[in-house]
Design a protein around this ligand. Structure first.
Ligand code: BG6
Length: 498
């Protein structure tokens, strides 16, 4: 459905509506959808929480969420209409009676459209029990409208728990009712990887093992774990970012052109990539993966604490806040091309980047000149905050001598004045419209767990020591050991010489 067409009204029921995700992403995104005229007049938002709040208290809290995130964008008149959509329901996730009461409340057809999306913005361990109660109390019954369930990541804790969760999900829901979120897929710049590859014919002949030396995918954050240690300490960077977001980006970089851009064809190709990733045997984990934790340091000129000093972090935790991985994709296109993935909190600055390093020319024609060795060509795709496409090439320096320099062809993906759409805006609308192309199919999740599972298993046994890196740095130097050959190294900067 086109974005400017109207969709049927919907009731968004958010479990965990007062939590961090809701504050940073969901409520501001719903406000922006409302402000942009994308929600039908009837669309309602029901926050479910444990606390005995009056509706007014929730409305004030939601207003703070929007103000903190969007600041000047919060418009008084627009807000007045948005607040009418907001409702609060007090309930206990573990208590079956709460679901009966919720069902009763939602049956008020005057206030609540009967198409209902249940959003699980709660601890992953609670997904199963909530789905079970929703089903047993008849809330997933579709006699009067569709019922959809949105499951936040991580889907499971490891391969085994993901399989168990899927068994439970499959018992109560049809696959087309399930929306497994990976919000990276809602980012315009991530979607651009596909457009860049499949809407331009120029690159296709080069996009393979004959020309590409290696690929890097980096997600660096300057922020620390903040108030999320209760979740994060049990997850760590490998589960939190690599199993989900970065492996998804990898599939988009590496996939074959799909039969069509429909959601199943796309996902078929992505799964093929995940299935082709060479399994990492336990004895090779240390050659393929590296983890570390941030110590104290300086970020943006400010002294910041070590991870171990953050609120709610258990003493002696060896939870990784940095993880790096080397993967090989054993298929016709990519055999022999290493893919390096890294992510970390409290790194020097925010930067998400896909960097494609090309091979050297087959002959070093210039070796008898001043040019010792050519710098490889690169293509960089800036995901955030710089949304840019860069191609780096060698050219001759002006002058009498044969010297080269690197020039870059840079293109901003956004024209001046063009609005930034947050990933969650797109995804929340897709859920209402029933479009699942930007959501994960179960087999994608399972194969992504298969990739990281051997590493998680080994790390879970190594509880005594974790390397550290100073907050504000580009991470631990030891991660360089993953690279094959001296000429490879992390491309953390837009500057090729940095
Ligand atoms: C979330 C992770 O899924 O993604 C966070 O749980 C991480 O730890 C975040 O900070 C990064 O997403 P974004 O959109 O802020 O880059």
């Amino acid at each position: 459905m086109a974005r400017d067409e109207t969709h049927d009204g919907c009731t968004y029921v958010i479990f965990g509506a007062t939590g961090d995700l809701s504050r940073r992403k969901l409520i501001p995104a719903l406000y922006r959808l409302h402000a942009g005229g994308h929600l039908t007049a009837e669309t309602a938002i029901v926050a479910c929480g444990r606390r005995a709040w009056e509706r007014e208290k929730w409305i004030d809290t939601a207003e703070d969420m929007v103000r903190n995130k969007l600041g000047a964008e919060l418009d008084h008149e627009v807000w007045q209409r948005f607040r009418d959509r907001l409702h609060y329901f007090q309930g206990d996730l573990k208590d079956p009676e709460s679901y009966s009461a919720l069902g009763e409340a939602l049956s008020d057809t005057e206030r609540f459209p009967q198409n209902v999306a249940f959003y699980m913005s709660i601890r992953p361990a609670e997904f199963g029990v909530v789905i079970q109660h929703l089903s047993e109390k008849g809330l997933l019954d579709e006699s009067h409208g569709w019922r959809r369930v949105v499951i936040e990541k991580p889907f499971g804790y490891d391969l085994e728990s993901a399989i168990a969760l899927q068994n439970l999900v499959g018992r109560y829901l049809r696959e087309d009712q399930v929306f497994r979120i990976d919000h990276y897929l809602g980012k315009g710049t991530v979607q651009n990887v596909q457009v860049f590859r499949f809407a331009n014919v120029m690159l296709e002949p080069l996009w393979n093992r004959n020309y590409i030396d290696h690929v890097q995918i980096t997600h660096a954050e300057s922020l620390g774990v903040g108030g999320r240690a209760a979740y994060y300490d049990g997850a760590g960077a490998l589960r939190d970012m690599i199993q989900s977001h970065l492996l998804q980006v990898l599939t988009l970089v590496a996939m074959e052109p799909p039969v069509s851009m429909d959601s199943e064809s796309m996902r078929d190709e992505k799964v093929k990539v995940l299935k082709s990733i060479r399994p990492i045997p336990t004895k090779a984990v240390n050659a393929h993966a590296f983890r570390a934790q941030y110590g104290a340091g300086v970020v943006d000129g400010e002294k910041v604490h070590a991870y171990l000093e953050e609120p709610e972090v258990p003493a002696g935790s060896v939870c990784e806040t940095y993880a790096a991985l080397k993967l090989h994709i054993d298929n016709w296109r990519w055999r022999g091309v290493p893919f390096y993935l890294q992510t970390g909190k409290r790194l020097a600055r925010d930067q998400s980047l896909v960097s494609i390093c090309f091979k050297e020319p087959p002959q070093q024609f210039f070796r008898h000149t001043q040019i010792q060795r050519m710098t490889p060509d690169w293509i960089l795709l800036g995901i955030q905050p710089t949304e840019c496409l860069r191609i780096e090439l060698n050219v001759k320096e002006p002058g009498l001598q044969m010297r080269t320099r690197v020039i870059s062809l840079d293109a901003n993906l956004r024209r001046e004045g063009e609005a930034v759409t947050e990933a969650y805006e797109e995804l929340l609308l897709d859920i209402i419209e029933g479009d699942r192309s930007l959501f994960l199919r179960y087999d994608e999740v399972e194969y992504a767990w298969r990739v990281v599972d051997p590493i998680l298993r080994l790390w879970s046994t190594e509880r005594d020591y974790i390397a550290t890196y100073p907050a504000g740095s580009w991470g631990p130097k030891e991660s360089m050991r993953l690279f094959e050959g001296e000429r490879q190294g992390w491309r953390t900067s837009w500057d090729p010489h940095e």
